[in-house]
Design a protein around this ligand. Structure first.
Ligand code: CP
Length: 323
């Protein structure tokens, strides 16, 4: 080794105050989050599932769109880290009187939270708040853009099951066009060296998706053949204006994940889905609840991954020494 070149110091935190997307993370930062999540998972296996790490920090969960898994697991993660946490109920907030996102955020900001976890229907909403808020902004899903913590928990689950991500064939099947989960996963999995295939009806494949380093096909058998990981995506009827395929029944026949289709994948394939599931539309119940499914592991791992993200954004190892 050249003695004038010091080895890179191991990362102990993230470079930014915000987590806006996978696009802004280096591969080393992704690995740091996954490694940190392993330690956080251990906290969740203790009798007393709580550490004082974020004591004195206030975290506001601001969800403008419905959520079960993401909102719940962020709140559990915040509580396990001893942060003071509160959920703004949008339906009973002044948003219903016409207050804008920016005004809502600036009023919350005036109460000096450390972080705001935001889900919003508009792509770019998190970037907007990150520019105007001192608080760290964590993207919990913005429009069709990104859902970074979902991709991180998916990668954590894959690594936990397979021991690696590089070189694995990952088939992502479903409504690609409307999926922020797809966009975050493609960015993350290609960053870490996976061979990513995407599959859906031609009408639901984003134009130019191959530019992100994936192979696209409309033939589900081709996508699933020899796959190590099959990730199903929900048909997002609430975001569709117009008919993208003839009927849900026909969609299931052509693209639905059945036991027969799973049999084309590797013998130790894992079946993933970010939830919520449309049973009998994109996935058969026998597959969703079957022996290859890791869908509830994904949910469980979401808590550890979100703990890791909040901890690292708050300063990682640095803030332990600063106390
Ligand atoms: N995967 C996911 O984002 O689920 P929720 O919409 O329930 O948060």
């Amino acid at each position: 080794m050249d003695p004038t070149v010091a080895p890179a110091a191991p990362l102990t935190g993230l470079r930014h105050k915000d987590l806006l997307g996978i696009a802004g993370l280096t591969p080393e930062e992704v690995v740091l989050i996954l490694d940190t999540a392993e330690a956080m998972k251990e906290v969740g296996q203790r009798a007393i599932k709580k550490v004082p790490t974020l004591r004195g920090k206030t975290i506001v969960n601001l969800f403008f769109e419905a959520s079960t898994r993401t909102r719940t697991s962020f709140e559990i993660a915040e509580k396990r880290l001893s942060a003071d946490t509160l959920n703004v109920a949008i339906a009973t907030s002044s948003v219903t009187k016409g207050e804008t996102l920016v005004d809502t955020a600036m009023n919350i900001e005036a109460m000096a939270p450390s972080m705001i976890v935001l889900r919003h229907a508009s792509s770019g909403a998190c970037h907007l708040l990150a520019r105007i808020c001192r608080a760290g902004i964590v993207n919990a899903g913005d429009g069709l853009h990104e859902h970074p913590t979902q991709a991180l928990l998916d990668a954590f689950t894959i690594r936990e099951r397979k021991g690696r991500i590089a070189g694995l064939k990952v088939a992502i099947v479903g409504d690609l066009l409307h999926s922020r989960v797809l966009r975050s996963n493609v960015r993350l999995l290609t960053k870490l060296g996976a061979d990513v295939w995407v599959c859906g009806p031609r009408t639901l494949i984003p134009v130019g998706i191959e530019a992100l380093g994936v192979r696209a096909t409309t033939r589900v058998d081709e996508a699933v053949e020899g796959a190590d990981v099959v990730m199903m995506l929900r048909i997002q009827l609430e975001r569709m204006q117009g008919a993208f395929f003839p009927s849900l029944r026909e969609y299931f026949t052509t693209f639905g994940m059945t036991e027969a289709r799973v049999a084309r994948a590797k013998d130790d394939v894992i079946i993933m889905h970010p939830g919520p599931i449309n049973r009998g539309v994109e996935i058969a119940s026998e597959v969703a609840d079957g022996p290859f499914s890791v869908i509830l592991d994904q949910v469980a791992n979401g808590v550890a991954v979100r703990m890791a993200v909040l901890y690292l954004l708050a300063g990682g190892a640095e803030h332990e020494t600063a106390a």
